[in-house]
Design a protein around this ligand. Structure first.
Ligand code: 13P
Length: 340
């Protein structure tokens, strides 16, 4: 466990004005995203698309790190450079998704537990050699009638903590991602309650497994209304509730917190981050680690055509720039300045 390296990596991931691009969609998720723009989900198309994002000129001004998928960490840019080396040369830290996905949790209908601990120590050692300096593990918490159950919260927290400990042992910064889904018709109050219970369980498990909070990044969902709930909490309320829960549960010693976009619109994800980052006296830097909210416009512009690559890069650069501003609480002021 190289603590100096872990500290350096974690600090760089949440450097001021920058955030993380999640490009670690499993092949199944990628298939869905590509289908929405009529692109065949082949290995070469996945490489071409991700290469387009990674080679966007100037992206490194706003992107501190990229989460890769197992396939992607082994692929190469058009010039033949392996993606991890390409990114590192630009000053972008390569990261890797190491979980094996959320599976049905036995005897807990409607709930999931994330798998992937078996053999993880050896996989981490290989990923470190391939250039990965941080990792991601996503747990999925569903809100519904009588759920999440205690069993679900604790099974997922236990797995997150075991994963985080293995990462730190391998000098790879663990990004722990307990995602409370926004699917459903629950209220924002319920979302706040479940997010708090999830984070409490997660940090209790991390403490029990000797995970060092100084070398840990939280990737969390925001406290938003269920997507089918009649009342959608406005931006300031989402920001206030999310920060309240984080202050109650996340140790101040942690180097930073990043957010997932979870199906929010691109602009909502930016507005929410901006409202939180603009708050005074937060104990940790807050930034983004978005997949959809960073990639949507680029994917829609690209549509699998090489001739659209430059325009797609421009669209990606724009969202990265807007979210970079939002991570400093400067996005709204910039919009107002442009409108004036
Ligand atoms: P979204 O921003 O699309 O939610 O993806 C982030 C992520 O990495 C989910 O694991």
């Amino acid at each position: 466990m190289d603590k100096a390296l872990l500290s350096k990596t974690a600090a760089a991931m949440v450097a001021r004005g920058k955030g993380v691009l999640a490009a670690d969609e499993s092949s199944g998720t990628c298939e869905k995203r590509f289908k929405s723009v009529n692109v065949e989900c082949t290995e070469e198309n996945r490489r071409a698309y991700r290469g387009l994002l990674f080679t966007t000129p100037g992206a490194e001004q706003y992107i501190s790190g990229v989460i890769l998928f197992d396939e992607t960490i082994r692929q190469k840019a058009n010039d033949g450079t392996p993606f991890p080396a390409y990114l590192a040369a630009k000053g972008i830290i390569p990261g890797i998704k190491v979980d094996k996905g959320a599976m049905d949790l036995a005897l807990c209908p409607g709930e999931k537990v994330t798998e992937g601990l078996d053999g993880l120590r050896a996989r981490l050692a290989e990923y470190f050699k391939l250039g990965a300096r941080f990792a991601k593990w996503r747990a999925v918490i569903t809100i519904g009638e009588g759920i999440p159950s205690h069993a679900c919260l604790y099974a997922n927290a236990h797995a997150l903590a075991r994963y985080a400990a293995l990462c730190q042992e391998a000098s790879i910064v663990p990004m722990i991602e307990p995602e409370v889904l926004l699917d459903g018709d629950h209220s924002v109050e319920r979302s706040e309650e479940v997010t708090e219970a999830t984070l409490r369980a997660t940090y209790a498990a991390c403490a029990a497994h000797h995970v060092s909070v100084e070398h840990l990044i939280l990737k969390t969902s925001m406290v938003v209304s269920g997507k089918d709930h009649a009342r959608q909490a406005p931006v300031d309320e989402v920001a206030e509730r999310t920060v309240r829960v984080l202050k109650r549960t996340v140790p101040a010693a942690q180097p930073g917190i990043v957010f997932l976009s979870g199906g929010q619109s691109d602009e909502a994800a930016t507005a929410h981050l901006n409202a939180m980052a603009a708050m005074k006296s937060l104990p940790w830097p807050l930034t983004f680690s978005y997949s959809r909210a960073l990639q949507n416009p680029a994917l829609k512009t690209w549509r699998g055509e090489a001739k659209n690559a430059a325009a797609a890069q421009k669209a990606f650069h724009h969202r990265a720039h807007m979210n970079g501003l939002a991570s400093m609480g400067k996005w709204k002021a910039e919009l107002e300045r442009q409108a004036a």
